[in-house]
Design a protein around this ligand. Structure first.
Ligand SMILES: NC(=O)c1ccc[n+]([C@@H]2O[C@H](COP(=O)([O-])OP(=O)(O)OC[C@H]3O[C@@H](n4cnc5c(N)ncnc54)[C@H](O)[C@@H]3O)[C@@H](O)[C@H]2O)c1
Ligand SMILES: [Zn+2]
Ligand SMILES: [Zn+2]
Length: 343
């Protein structure tokens, strides 16, 4: 069968690989759609320390169950599903306190084991979520990026009426805008350095956008909040040098959600954090957020279509990778169709 394989950093392409064998407790899925994510690009660049090569990537995907392994009762052949990529052990400390997304034995589908850029893939049955009839397989492939947004916002414990500042209007920033709206937030500012991305943020519900190349974001936000600062700040730009500004801009009792995987240190000032009693929360992947996001999409509360900039066939995937690299301003979510999306 055909799969998109990263053989080594910067060495990637479509390859013929062996059909996977379904193990007890797993289901085999015919993949319909899979989204290309920034994390896939990091794997291609050799910047993900967890990956062993060769690897079939892809952690945002949907499909149809083709085969069920021994002992699987929750799903049957023909069920339409999307896949939560988080596999946890269930017994380590984070698992015991219901934080399985930071399991000490964490396995991420498409990172630690082969993923969705493949005509077929086997996944634990409990990771496959059945879709409501009203939800398309193409939208189902994008549940995962929305779970990133929901996870970080939940970790930040928003209060009614809180204003939100989002750094970065890439796909994650845009899912954050939509998720914040769906959760009832109305005062949402987004900052980026690309006008095309800020336009998308406004179209999806940002109440204000600031291009960091044109305006002094810190001074503007300080003025807009009459010096009080912002209660909720999310870093979806993930540039370590921006963190001190976020700490300065946070209001007393503010919460800052951090998503970056960068290894470069940031210069944070203790006094700023302690005098305002700030909460800095990391957020990784998602903690069982699939059911809620599926419900939000099925009820029309998230505008999935607006997130997608390109729909391509599986054969076009290598050239789409080049496009994402060379023209980030032209791309949002690139959605790959596999198996002719099952005809
Ligand atoms: N923690 C997690 O679970 C998780 C999951 C997914 C993605 N991420 C991370 O989230 C980040 C965002 O992902 P993405 O797919 O949206 O990436 P992206 O590269 O599309 O988006 C980043 C955006 O930040 C903007 N930016 C650059 N400099 C800026 C500045 N000075 N101020 C404001 N914005 C600026 C870029 O123009 C871009 O639009 C990535 O670093 C990714 O690794 C984390
Ligand atoms: Zn992703
Ligand atoms: Zn565990």
């Amino acid at each position: 069968m055909k799969a998109f394989q990263v053989r080594a950093p910067f060495e990637f392409g479509l390859a013929q690989v062996d059909m996977p064998q379904v193990a007890p407790g797993e289901v085999k899925v015919d993949v319909a759609y899979a989204g290309i994510c920034g994390s896939d690009m990091h794997i291609i660049h050799g910047q993900n320390a967890f990956v062993r090569f060769p690897r079939v990537t892809g952690h945002e995907f949907s499909g149809v169950v083709r085969e069920v392994g021994e002992g699987v009762e929750s799903l049957k052949v023909g069920d339409r599903v999307c896949i939560d990529p988080v596999i946890s052990c269930g017994t380590c400390y984070p698992c015991r306190i219901n934080r399985p997304n930071v399991c000490t034995q964490l396995q991420v589908i498409g990172v630690h084991r082969d993923g969705g850029f493949s005509e077929q893939v086997c996944v634990p049955a409990e990771n496959a979520h059945r879709l409501p009839d009203s939800m398309s397989l193409s939208h189902a492939a994008l549940v995962e990026p929305y779970t990133i947004a929901l996870n970080v916002l939940d970790r930040m414990q928003p209060h009614p009426g809180d204003s939100l500042l989002i750094y970065g209007a890439g796909v994650i920033g845009l899912t954050l805008v939509q998720m914040a709206r769906a959760l009832g937030m109305t005062d949402i500012t987004v900052t980026d350095v690309l006008d095309t991305r800020l336009e998308a943020a406004r179209a999806l519900g940002a109440s204000r956008t600031l291009n960091g190349k044109d305006v002094d974001v810190e001074a503007t936000m300080r003025e807009l909040t009459q010096g009080e600062g912002v209660p909720l700040i999310v870093d979806a730009a993930c540039i370590p040098a921006l963190m001190p500004q976020m700490v300065r801009l946070a209001s007393p009792a503010g919460r800052i959600g951090l998503l970056g995987f960068n290894t470069v240190p940031s210069d944070l000032v203790q006094l700023e954090m302690i005098k305002k009693e700030l909460t800095l929360v990391g957020s990784r992947l998602n903690n069982r957020k699939f059911p809620k996001v599926i419900e939000l999409i099925a009820s029309g509360k998230l505008q999935v279509r607006e997130l997608i900039s390109h729909r391509i066939s599986f054969d076009e995937m290598p050239s789409a990778i080049d496009l994402i690299e060379s023209h980030p301003e032209q791309t949002r979510k690139v959605l790959v169709e596999l198996n002719g999306a099952l005809q």
